[in-house]
Write a protein that binds this ligand. Structure first.
Ligand code: IDP
Ligand code: MG
Length: 139
């Protein structure tokens, strides 16, 4: 089922560099409506669970350290074809390969510190959104 919602995190590097405003502007200018949004911080257990699919990868420890080192902005976004369109808007995982004008092209420094997360399926968007937000925090 296509739900027209996706989940994003502006990762710790984006918050540290003062890029919350610039990235949110890019997201809303691209036609996404903000359904839910907050500043929060992942615990080690949160990050390990969130990225469990990568637990065997060599960068897993570094990824968990990075994602827990400071606050993030978590948000649920709505748009027709949200998951796919948001992945297009953020660009490739490696910012060196991200198309001009994409969020990772504009705001990310490296394949590990790549500014934003975007859900990869409707199913994961629902799981990830529900992890961070209760029903009364979604509008
Ligand atoms: P995605 O965020 O574009 O979906 P994934 O392959 O799901 O990319 O990887 C999750 C996160 O793990 C990336 O966003 C990035 O922060 C980190 N990552 C992915 N590949 C590498 C790598 O080769 N080296 C270091 N970090 C990586
Ligand atoms: Mg992914």
């Amino acid at each position: 089922m296509v739900t027209n919602k996706t989940f994003t995190m502006l990762k710790p590097d984006s918050v540290e560099k003062g890029n919350i405003g610039g990235i949110v502007e890019k997201i809303t200018a691209s036609g996404f409506r903000i359904v839910a949004m907050k500043l929060t911080q992942l615990t080690k257990a949160d990050a390990e669970a969130f990225y469990a699919v990568h637990s065997e990868r060599p960068f897993y420890g570094e990824l968990v350290t990075y994602m827990t080192r400071g606050p993030i902005v978590a948000a649920i976004l709505e748009k027709e074809n949200a998951v796919e369109d948001f992945r297009t808007l953020i660009g490739a995982t490696n910012p060196a390969e991200a198309v001009e004008g994409t969020i990772r092209n504009m705001f990310a420094d490296s394949i590990s510190e790549n500014a934003v997360h975007g859900s990869d399926s409707d199913e994961n968007a629902a799981i990830e959104g529900a992890f961070h937000f209760s029903g009364r925090e979604m509008f």
